[in-house]
Design a protein around this ligand. Structure first.
Ligand code: UFG
Length: 341
């Protein structure tokens, strides 16, 4: 049974990927510092798959501890690296924290891969690297724009670090996955998004407003040059995203990669406006959300959505779930979470 290390494996996308890997028969080890994840997710992964993943609480910026971990567990066939700070707004307030955390942890992991001769690496990147593109939809060849935030910059620099690293480690293969807007939760409602404090992102804000935890949802701007005036994003179900990680890892195992480093966009290829997300949520869950129009939020681009042809043709991956699946599963998870708390 192949062993795979998942950093940030108790986080939102990480936990769904752990489930997908276990269900495919892989032996999964998780590293997570629990700074933005909770321990019960580990138990819930076991409830879904029947297998408790190996778990070590560890901050990847702590190189001696990380090296010790690898010295004890050095036969991983791949590392999937999710662990990172991810709040755009917080990164503007605390840029050094973001550079220090996201880049040190990446460098430390890469050094360990080389030291312990691990060849396969999957990296979480983001559509944020494209900024506001000149043309839509965005392909992997769309030129990158200067990052809008320190968070976005850590993803751009992270990708560059991986390319530079590969030049000196010939056996190394990587897949860089650029996520669009991950939303939704596992069908079981045992794992899902757990925002820290007040959510920044649209979907958890909708669900927390619907459940009464927040008084109202502010729609940030209804005067954008789009059909209904609200911003357009490419929302992608987290379970579909998890599948893409599984396929990427297996592609490396089978040596099918055309290049040492491959990049894939992961979205549905379809843009949805903020209003469309709210309407879908209200329709499938039969519940009203208290909405207020608010000024535009700084840094929001008008529209961004993916061209996922490359992931489809090369990876054999295509998003299967609809916007209604996303809003339905997000609500099921929110309700279950409230019962828990
Ligand atoms: N929005 C609201 N009200 C809210 C929250 C969001 O109207 O309370 C709107 C935003 O203005 C935007 C849309 O909903 O138009 C989506 O916003 P999110 O914050 O959910 O997502 P973003 O597109 O801003 O951010 C996401 C990821 C980031 C990533 C970025 C790249 O969360 O990690 O995409 O574009 F960097």
């Amino acid at each position: 049974m192949k062993k795979i290390l998942v950093t940030g494996g108790l986080g939102y996308i990480g936990s769904h990927t752990v489930v997908a890997l276990q269900q495919k028969g892989y032996e999964v080890y998780i590293l997570d510092d629990l700074s933005n994840a909770q321990y019960f997710i580990l138990e819930n992964i076991q409830k879904i798959t029947g297998i408790l993943p190996y778990f070590t609480k560890l901050d990847l910026c702590n190189m001696p501890e990380l090296q010790y971990f690898f010295s004890q567990n050095n036969d991983f066939e791949a590392v999937i690296h999710f662990a990172a700070k991810k709040s755009v707004g917080e990164s503007v307030q605390k840029p050094i924290l973001y550079y220090q955390n996201n880049l040190n942890s990446l460098c430390n992991i890469l050094l360990c891969l080389e030291q312990f001769k691990i060849k396969n690496f999957i990296f979480s990147s983001s559509c944020t690297v494209y900024g506001q593109p000149d043309e839509l939809p965005v392909t992997e060849n769309t030129p990158l724009k200067p990052a809008f935030s320190p968070y976005g910059n850590t993803k751009q620099i992270g990708e560059e670090i991986i390319f530079d690293f590969q030049k000196n480690y010939a056996d190394f293969n990587a897949v860089i996955l650029r996520y669009f807007n991950p939303v939704g939760a596992h069908d079981s409602a045992l794992i899902g998004e757990l925002p820290n404090g007040v959510p920044n992102n649209l979907m958890p804000f909708i669900t927390q407003t619907a459940i009464g935890k927040r008084e109202k949802l502010c729609v940030f701007g209804d005067n954008y040059p789009t059909a209904d005036g609200t911003c357009i994003r490419d929302y992608i179900h987290v379970v579909d995203l998890a599948d893409a990680h599984l396929l990427s890892t297996e592609r490396l195992f089978e040596g099918k990669n055309n290049e040492k480093i491959e990049i894939f966009n992961l979205g549905t290829g379809k843009g949805s406006s903020v209003w469309e997300v709210i309407k879908s949520f209200e329709k499938v869950n039969n519940i009203k959300v208290n909405v207020e129009i608010a000024p535009r939020r700084d840094g929001d681009v008008t529209a961004v959505f993916a061209d996922c042809t490359k992931a489809n043709e090369i990876l054999g991956w295509k998003a299967k779930k609809t916007l209604d699946d996303m809003t339905q599963s997000a609500w099921k998870w929110e309700k279950k979470l409230r019962i828990r708390n």
